[in-house]
Design a protein around this ligand. Structure first.
Ligand code: SAH
Ligand code: SF4
Ligand code: F3S
Length: 441
């Protein structure tokens, strides 16, 4: 009988890409993906540990699988991703019905682990970082997806060690893939039907910095943008300290580079930015934004912000509010600071009460939502090129795609439009998407 697996993915795009890879590797050893754990032979969680809440969720989710395992002891349960990397064997001790733990550098070993578990050899854990050369040889082997938009990993890991962040501890050091290989992969994806590619890494702007003779990220962007048939190109995530003038110039010069950038600021106060080890000042950041807007006046920016970092005062927080107001982000992901054991910030004194932090969080959210609304509402009545990605969930002849600014637009259309650019006039603006109608010239 066909073996079945159920997979849930949490966290960032790194995990999404790892999960794509898991799906194709498990396919090769005879497993079919299903969308409920109840009738699966194997259940897997690909986890995130960036904040405490994300980590606790993993244990909650595992609890859901216990009754299934009680009823069917042959079920194999595995945990991968950042919590797995961080906790390792400890997870096996804490969760007696867990069979497999595989860390972020050991995703490729999953098929072998599953086969061992099938043979009765359970309670296995593989974590720990691999050397650079082994990692380079393991860079994504593509999955069979045939979507219009695809992710291409260009680098992995992080060397920045922001004082609050667990990522460098669970993903290891930065490593960049050879540019020629990246360009070949993009060409292959376009040949398969992809029309938009997002270059992916924890800090894409430092691409190639550690590899002798490798081109810069801006040069990589130019090479990828030149791939014939690629209608759109994006990249994420950018660290503000490494955003070069050469890269900013790409926004003015390359027709298919989208007018959108995620540029996490984290905080608007220099004192806190220093404590965070971000390596830029508020003024540096605003200067970068200024240059971006000069190069590309309709660029839409998004950001990440942490509220309530240890020692944050009301004045510090007001600096964040003022910066958010000044930049005018189209979207912002706002987080309450979460203490991560093993990071330097976990040792800092933190006198601000939870209630004050929560109030700051809400004040920021309110400001951001009103700025965001203003920005997206300014699209009303205007025409945008939309790259059509598929049929919308609402059904009834509605298609969906995105604008260059990465805004989802639903409109009446037909499936033959998938993978093409169509002109759409925006007729309504909702919180997370727009509604439009096709303009035929
Ligand atoms: N590499 C990316 C994203 C890393 S994680 C970058 O540097 O921008 C995504 C976001 O989670 C971060 O930008 C940060 O805002 C948030 N984050 C990371 N650690 C956190 C913590 N301990 N508490 C709250 N938010 C955190
Ligand atoms: Fe974390 Fe900072 Fe690295 Fe981003 S740049 S992953 S926030 S350490
Ligand atoms: Fe989370 Fe790991 Fe990404 S901690 S944000 S899944 S790198």
């Amino acid at each position: 009988m066909q073996k079945r697996f159920y997979l849930e993915t949490f966290g960032c795009q790194m995990n999404v890409v790892d999960s794509e890879r898991i799906v194709s590797m498990l396919g090769e050893i005879g497993y079919l993906q299903v969308d409920a754990a109840d009738d699966a032979d194997l259940v897997l969680l690909n986890t995130c540990s960036v904040r405490d809440k994300a980590e606790r969720k993993v244990y909650g989710h595992l609890g859901r699988f216990k009754p299934i395992k009680d009823a069917r002891p042959a079920l194999i349960i595995g945990v991968g991703g950042c919590v797995a990397e961080q906790e390792g064997e400890k997870m096996l001790k804490e969760v007696p019905y867990l069979d497999l733990v595989f860390g972020t550098h050991n995703v490729h070993r999953l098929p072998e682990l599953v086969q061992q578990a099938e043979a009765g050899n359970r309670r296995l854990s593989v974590t720990g970082f691999l050397d650079q050369e082994t990692r380079l040889n393991l860079f994504p082997q593509r999955s069979e997806l045939d979507t219009v938009t695809r992710f291409v990993t260009v680098m992995q890991g992080c060397d920045n060690f922001c004082t609050y962040c667990i990522v460098p501890h669970v993903r290891g050091r930065e490593i960049s893939r050879a540019s020629a290989e990246i360009v070949r992969e993009v060409e292959a994806l376009v040949a398969q039907g992809a029309r938009e590619v997002t270059l992916l890494g924890q800090n894409v702007n430092s691409y190639g910095n550690k590899e002798d003779g490798e081109i810069s990220f801006a040069q990589l962007v130019r090479r990828v943008a030149a791939v014939e048939g690629l209608l759109r190109l994006r990249f994420t995530t950018s660290h503000p300290k490494d955003l070069s003038d050469e890269l900013i110039a790409c926004f003015a010069e390359l027709d298919n580079l989208c007018h959108q950038l995620h540029l996490p600021v984290q905080c608007g106060s220099n004192a806190i930015l220093t404590q965070m080890n971000r390596d830029y000042s508020r003024e540096d950041y605003l200067q970068t934004v200024h240059k971006l807007k000069a190069a590309c006046p309709d660029i839409r920016l998004s950001t990440d912000i942490i509220v309530g970092f240890p020692g944050e005062t009301e004045e510090d927080f007001q600096q964040t509010l003022a910066l958010v107001d000044e930049v005018g982000y189209a979207d912002a992901f706002t987080f309450l600071y979460s203490k991560r054991t093993g990071t330097p910030a976990a040792e800092l004194e933190d006198k601000t009460g939870a209630r004050i932090k929560q109030q700051r969080f809400e004040r920021l959210l309110e400001l951001q939502q009103s700025r965001s609304r203003e920005i997206w509402e300014s699209d009303l009545g205007h025409e945008f090129e939309v790259l059509v990605e598929g049929e919308s969930k609402q059904g009834d002849g509605q298609m969906f795609g995105r604008t260059t600014a990465n805004r989802i637009v639903n409109f009446a259309g037909t499936p033959d439009m998938i993978g093409t650019l169509v002109d759409v006039k925006i007729t309504r603006v909702f919180r997370n998407s727009n509604l439009g109608e096709r303009v035929v010239s």
